[in-house]
Write a protein that binds this ligand. Structure first.
Ligand SMILES: [Ca+2]
Length: 254
């Protein structure tokens, strides 16, 4: 009986250790990585009612289904992209891509976020990082990616928590480009490849021209009805063009 109790305790301690070591290996904030001190911390913007959006991308690999953002994109020294994604299959999914003029010569997007068969994959100016985050099909995940051009570092938050840090490429992301949801661009706004498309749903996809603070990202995950109000765009109808079989869904009620 005593031996059983001792064994149970060892198992419990081991499980507890395994659970805590994952969070201890990542910082609470990323400011130490970016060489900022406390006085330079991002000011939290007002949290207010968040426009709710929800779109369905049919389960077929095609170049015709996508959303184009019509709001102008400025130069981005840092940014955050967040959205709630559900994939329909375990194939390759291209979530967002952003391309500018120089990209037309080398097929490179300024940045993209995708999911290959096993991991989230992010690239900036042709330099990619593959994250060890495999997302199951037919399950919703809240994903935020923050990027800093000064250090070329990107941070991946899954369901409100920082999960991965990786190096992409430094250098400001140039404004004036084309932001597409559901396809990867080989020229601005086109030359798509069916194997680089998205099949699934995306809700509340938004972009901010700053790295949201990790606390803000956690809040965003916990209550999707509210968000920092200094966003650059949401996928409200006034900000986008819809192509092919992509359809708007009624978003969950707030
Ligand atoms: Ca391509």
């Amino acid at each position: 009986m005593k031996a059983t109790l001792a064994l149970t305790l060892i198992v419990l301690v081991t499980v507890f250790d395994a659970g805590s070591s994952t969070s201890e290996s990542l910082p609470e904030t990323y400011y130490e990585f970016e060489g900022r001190d406390d006085t330079e911390r991002a000011t939290h913007a007002t949290n207010g009612a968040c426009p709710q959006t929800s779109y369905f991308f049919p389960n077929v690999e095609t170049t015709t289904n996508y959303i184009r953002v019509t709001k102008p994109i400025p130069n981005l020294h840092e940014f955050t992209v967040c959205g709630i994604f559900k994939r329909f299959t375990n194939g390759i999914d291209w979530w967002v891509s952003y391309a500018t003029m120089p990209g037309t010569t080398n097929n490179q997007n300024e940045f993209f976020i995708s999911h290959n068969s096993n991991d989230i994959y992010i690239a900036m100016n042709g330099h990619g990082m593959i994250e060890g985050l495999k997302l199951s099909a037919n399950k919703e995940y809240h994903i935020c990616v923050t990027s800093f051009s000064s250090t070329g570092t990107s941070y991946v938050f899954l369901d409100g928590h920082l999960r991965e840090i990786g190096h992409t490429a430094s250098g400001t992301v140039s404004g004036g480009g084309c932001f597409i949801i559901g396809q990867e661009q080989d020229i601005i706004g086109g030359k798509f490849d069916p194997s680089q498309s998205f099949q699934g749903t995306v809700r509340n996809l938004m972009l901010w021209k700053r790295a949201l603070d990790p606390e803000e990202i956690l809040k965003l995950y916990q209550n999707q009805c509210f968000c920092p109000q200094d966003y650059l765009f949401t996928l409200e109808r006034k900000n986008i063009e819809i192509f092919g079989g992509v359809t708007a869904l009624w978003p969950p009620k707030c």
